[in-house]
Design a protein. Structure first.
Ligand SMILES: Nc1ncnc2c1ncn2[C@@H]1O[C@H](COP(=O)(O)OP(=O)(O)OP(=O)(O)O)[C@@H](O)[C@H]1O
Ligand SMILES: [Mg+2]
Length: 379
């Protein structure tokens, strides 16, 4: 039974309420099985397929809730070990506190280096924590204490570190080696490392010269099968007294190659423009897409603003192609009126670095399907 708590049941976000979460049963089972067997997992897939959602979904399963303390940090916006340590400290303290765990009382006794970050909430009078990088004097020491604390918990701890590849770009040297050393010493704490930069993640976990070599089981994630997503979408429309033609779900799914975020975003918009008691039909797809593009337009404009002329040219050329096998070939350069292969390669590398362009089995493409459409519409 689906409750009607939400104005729109197609949720866009990392944490999706259980009843509105589509499938991933097998992936959930696999992930939990690894955890149960004390293995660390590297969860690797292209962006927007549902890695973060899957982690939160696993954390919400009874077996995990009952037997583990779970913590989740997202390194996306971090650029130093200090920030990582601050995030982890905040997350552990706040999450144990919100679960009213007795174990939290030992936090400041064991993580002594964070005593300065402790304060009293003026509203509730309760102890609270709000760590910034200023509170982290020696990140190595604090991290060491945090791991010791986790290991001393009365239940095993499960720590998910999302966008893990980010540690490769940290200002400090040897963060990978340091983390690896601490993690290796943990016997009851398990880790999920999640990331979308396939090459970086693969290099971290599968290359013999790297600290994390063979320290986690690598798990991929594919698209949710069309038939499963279709049944899910139809069920959600029905639960809210609306209908949707299966053809619409199929068209949207095909158009965005089943990539969860884009499909879910389109369904969210299609749901919102379908009247109560009404039916969503294929002729509504173009206006749903237009609405989404106009919502995103200012963010696309600011992305463009940050790019060099060369990068913009490459981006437009790839958007026109959809998929570009090569960007530096004579034919491609001629077709798109580009110049100098060497500077094209530099521009392409920068776009890949910013994850604006991704390399797939079919060639280079713009990561954000909506952005690609918007770019085409501006040509
Ligand atoms: N199982 C699901 N059921 C319904 N919607 C989902 C599901 N998984 C993901 N989504 C939708 O797709 C979006 C993207 O998912 P999520 O953020 O988990 O992907 P991700 O792989 O972590 O992406 P990124 O690499 O960009 O961080 C979510 O915000 C949500 O709207
Ligand atoms: Mg994510």
């Amino acid at each position: 039974m689906i409750s009607r708590r939400y104005t729109n049941p197609f949720i866009l976000g990392k944490k999706i309420p259980e009843e509105l979460f589509c499938d991933r049963n097998e992936e959930t089972r696999t992930l939990i099985k690894q955890i149960r067997n004390g293995r660390n997992v590297a969860l690797v897939s292209p962006r927007r397929l549902g890695k973060s959602g899957l982690i939160h979904h696993c954390f919400a399963q009874e077996e995990i809730v009952d037997n583990y303390y779970t913590f989740y940090i997202d390194l996306y916006a971090t650029s130093s070990l200090k920030e990582l340590v601050a995030l982890l400290g905040n997350e552990i303290y706040r999450s144990l506190k919100s679960r009213q765990s007795k174990f939290v009382e030992k936090f400041f006794a064991m993580v002594q280096s964070l005593r300065l970050g402790f304060s009293i909430d003026s509203m509730t009078g309760n102890p609270t924590i709000d760590l910034g990088i200023g509170e982290i004097q020696v990140p190595e020491t604090t991290l060491f204490e945090i791991f010791q604390y986790l290991e001393a918990a009365d239940k095993p701890c499960l720590v998910a570190i999302d966008e893990f590849q980010q540690i490769g770009a940290y200002s400090e040297k040897n963060v990978e080696a340091l983390l690896r050393t601490y993690i290796q010493r943990c016997s009851t704490t398990s880790f999920i490392f999640s990331g979308s930069k396939r090459h970086v993640m693969s290099n971290m976990f599968n290359s013999p010269s790297k600290p994390f070599y063979q320290s986690a089981i690598t798990m991929g994630l594919s698209t949710i099968p069309l038939s499963t997503y279709e049944a899910f979408a139809i069920r959600l429309f029905k639960a809210y007294d609306k209908e949707i033609d299966s053809e619409v779900v199929q068209m949207v799914y095909d158009c965005f190659e089943g990539y969860t975020w884009f499909v879910q975003m389109m369904m969210n918009e299609l749901f919102s423009i379908t009247d109560k008691g009404g039916r969503c039909t294929a002729d509504m797809i173009p206006s749903a897409e237009r609405n989404i593009l106009s919502l995103q337009e200012s963010s696309y404009e600011s992305t463009m603003h940050m790019l060099s002329v060369k990068q913009k040219q490459v981006l437009h050329a790839i958007a026109t192609e959809g998929y570009a096998r090569t960007v530096t070939s004579g034919a491609f350069i001629k077709k798109h009126h580009l110049v100098s292969p060497s500077s094209l390669q530099t521009a392409l590398t920068a776009l890949i670095d910013k994850t604006i362009v991704v390399l797939t089995d079919k060639g280079y493409r713009i990561e954000d399907f909506f952005f690609a459409r918007w770019l085409r519409s501006t040509l």
